[in-house]
Design a protein around this ligand. Structure first.
Ligand code: ZN
Length: 163
């Protein structure tokens, strides 16, 4: 697949104009994510009240895929319950790794189209999934995660594409 197909318009738009950029001053949860393979580094700050995610902000240094994934994630999970957010994290992970067929019913909306064709690009998958793993870590009061850590936060290694 041509690299250009990965960089769809929606990804470019979020890379140029990231939504919910910066750190929340009144955050209740915070986590950092690293993807040493690409050099992606993110800091997520969350405001969670009564089991609802009221706001998520992010900032850091990352490639376009990671930044767009983080930006779209913040708008997607805003206002959702923690349970719904954990479900979205699982669905996005399965979509990016190719376990979830993009045509199957899911709750990811526009994310499906932007990130549904990534599973053949293992290194890109890590870029796309990093913000979601970091969100999972923040919700579970884990300070930081790395895609190359021994203990994967989702208890499963990402290998990309089917064997
Ligand atoms: Zn990256």
């Amino acid at each position: 697949m041509a690299e250009s197909q990965l960089y769809q318009e929606v990804i470019l738009d979020h890379d140029k104009k990231p939504r919910n950029w910066g750190e929340l001053a009144d955050a209740t949860h915070k986590a950092e994510g690293h993807n040493p393979l690409c050099g992606d580094h993110l800091v997520l700050t969350l405001k969670v009240a009564s089991d609802k995610v009221d706001a998520v902000n992010f900032q850091g240094e990352s490639c376009a895929i990671c930044k767009a994934s983080a930006s779209m994630m913040t708008t997607t999970v805003k206002g959702k319950s923690k349970d719904d957010v954990e479900q979205l994290i699982r669905e996005f992970r399965d979509l990016a790794t190719g376990k979830l067929d993009p045509s199957a019913p899911n709750h990811l909306g526009r994310l499906t189209k932007a990130f549904g064709g990534m599973s053949g690009h293992p290194t890109r998958v890590k870029c796309a999934v990093l913000p979601w793993h970091t969100l999972h870590a923040a919700l579970n009061s884990q300070a930081s995660i790395s895609t190359e850590a021994e203990a994967d936060p989702m208890h499963e290694q990402i290998t990309g594409g089917a064997a």
